[in-house]
Design a protein around this ligand. Sequence first.
Ligand code: UGA
Length: 434
Amino acid sequence: MKISVIGTGYVGLVTGTCLAETGNEVVCVDINEQKVQKMRNGEVPIYEPHLDVLFDRNIKAGRLIFSTSLKEGLEHGEVIFLALPTPEDEDGSADLSYVLGVAENIGNIITDYKVIVGKSTVPVGTAEKVREAISKNAKSTFDVVSNPEFLREGFAVDDFLKPERIVIGSSSQRATELMEKLYKPFVRSGNPIIVMDEKSAELTKYAANAFLATKITFMNEIANYCEKVGADVDKVRIGMGTDSRIGKRFLFPGIGYGGSCFPKDVKALHKSGKDSQYEFKILDSVIKVNDNQKIILFPKIKNYFNNDLQNKTFAIWGLAFKPETDDIREAPSLYLIDKLLTEGANIKAFDPEAMDNVARKYQGKIQFSKTMYDVLENADALIICTEWSIFRTPDFNKIKYSLRKNVIFDGRNLYDISDVEKEDISYFSIGRKD
Ligand code: UGA
């Protein structure tokens, strides 16, 4: 099939590349000329495991083409994916100006039947608005479909190639059939393609993300309570999670959820509720609890250093909002760093992928090291913010001999308490005995 993808952010790029992998001819459009030029030369603009291999293969095979021309994209594809940003507006709602801006142009350009597919996470009713915007100028027939994505950063290629489900919001038989044909190769295992109306599809995406954020937040509250009563959240987590109605996943407490999706989507759903005179009380609490969770290690650190962090140096392991990504959007590490800097502390940091992004944001205020052990030299304490695998089995001797004080503040519960304590290191984690 001939496919076009408008917008080559993380969703658009993964969608375009993976659709080319099953033999479709894909044109990806982006307004950023420099980026398009780089992609034409085979450069993947984001860090996403396995994407480079697929990218290279499909460019070489001529199935994956990049363009700055919306016209070229719209003329090429029978199915046009809109993978445009929907950033958070000042009031927490999703800003639809990119999506609707492109939609208005579509009507002017298309001359034969097209399926316009909304891939971005958008409030309920957006497909309708897109349809209206295209209709203003449309000279040919078209359908608008909502097809939310459930990709996780770091696993996006795998999630796209082997999805647990595909959700298609469509009220047109013709469009539904085209979408089913397109996705069939990805659900050979028997996982479902679920067809529903556009509004339900749009809400499914928000509901899934908000539910997962709520699940994590609930566990974070249980962890905070465990500390008050001397229970161990890891034991509680396993005890709870083995009930198949609850499930083991997304029950890991820590320093809060971050990233480009959960924080934005929870706020957007909360705001959409308000706009429809519905108050999501549960989401209101999730937002507040998560804001506090991001800095939950701060009082423990301050207390350990007798309220004086002036000129103390902290080594940080992990800056990305989660492992396997260089993404630092809404990363809990940044909130903690800001608090520490405000108190006059110095920061040295190591992350396998995200250091360049953090360096750009902090402009010389943070020191970086090439290895996880270099960063410990002359630091007063170690703080762990992201659970990269490389941090899971450290050389505790090296940690001990490099740090000024034998203390670890672990925001991701990476170690067994007994393993750290037998090394004579003080260990503070989340929801467990300190
Ligand atoms: C999330 C969803 O998992 C995807 O299904 C969805 O498609 C995507 O948002 C999106 O809307 O685009 P992602 O943001 O890549 O994916 O990351 P997750 O792996 O879901 O993690 C989100 C945050 O929750 C991270 O900060 C992570 O550290 C935190 N988390 C996750 C926990 O604190 N505890 C857990 O048990 C799980």
